[in-house]
Design a protein around this ligand. Sequence first.
Ligand SMILES: Nc1nc2c(ncn2[C@@H]2O[C@H](COP(=O)(O)OP(=O)(O)OP(=O)(O)O)[C@@H](O)[C@H]2O)c(=O)[nH]1
Length: 315
Amino acid sequence: MEHIGSFGASSYSLRDMQLFRDADEAQLAAALADCVVCRLAKGKRLADSFRARLYIVLSGALAEAGTDGTVNKILPGESVGEQSVLDEATNLADISALDVTELLLIEADLVWQLIDQSNGVARNLLRLLSFRIRAASALLRRRQKLGEFYRQLSMNDGLTGLYNRAWLDDMLPKLVATARRTGGPLSVVMIDLDHFKRFNDTHGHLAGDDALRRAAAIINAALRPSDFAVRYGGEEMVVLLPETSDKLATLVAERLCLRLRQVVIFGDMRLPMPHLTGSFGVATLEVAMDELQLLAAADAALYRAKQAGRDRISL
Ligand SMILES: Nc1nc2c(ncn2[C@@H]2O[C@H](COP(=O)(O)OP(=O)(O)OP(=O)(O)O)[C@@H](O)[C@H]2O)c(=O)[nH]1
């Protein structure tokens, strides 16, 4: 960074600077006359490792790079470093010149002096900081929303919108632990669509995808808000039923089985497989079981439902 003279000897006007707007110009001009004006070549970083200072852009522009890849442009009349002056820390993280840039450099002591002497400067500084806090909060809110969006994406299955296997692996142990702690029942229903390979072979994979989406929507819509539907893999789904006994889970599975059977995939009954059916395996957590054994029990029950002729439930 090259020192090119004093502010008093330069042709720059205080009127154009946010921090000095509506403040006593003559008083400020006298106070700032000896301050250094320096020039930063295009692309050069504003390296300020040892002292907290305020910089006001006189011409050109600075780029302040955030840790999230955002770039904040600082234009003539705007300043950087207010916060580092106030908290006496050097935090001019990653600031570089977008163009040949001339800066007014004000040492921290002088900034404090100006604040003490001028209500206008103090007010402008507060306004600036308030604006920055608002901008930072808005950015934080945007990031939170984005984070929530990606969290949802990572938990849900892309085709059906049901929870995915990763969510199940995370959540089922927690549900099991809760059931153990409270002593309440926990049931699961494993669901497998019947003859789905034949459905795909007959109507094509895209129609198969569509049917799978329909089946998932039917199952999801038939559950209580406290239940969870998960795509377990392929055409297999799992329903988690907290606070649900084996008797109640059987009723739920029967309802799901009936609802699925009633769905009309193709209105034209002359087409092969105009309906979808599913087989359902019900299991309820027992004292010695962990989550894997609970799923294995539901899977074994599902196998029995398939063996018994499909389109039915089994315990
Ligand atoms: N369209 C579509 N098909 C899928 C998807 N995931 C799995 N499948 C198909 O589902 C079929 C499952 O076939 P199988 O495991 O043989 O079972 P099935 O034909 O349903 O027979 P049963 O289960 O014994 O009644 C396979 O053809 C898979 O390709 C998917 O996301 N979309």
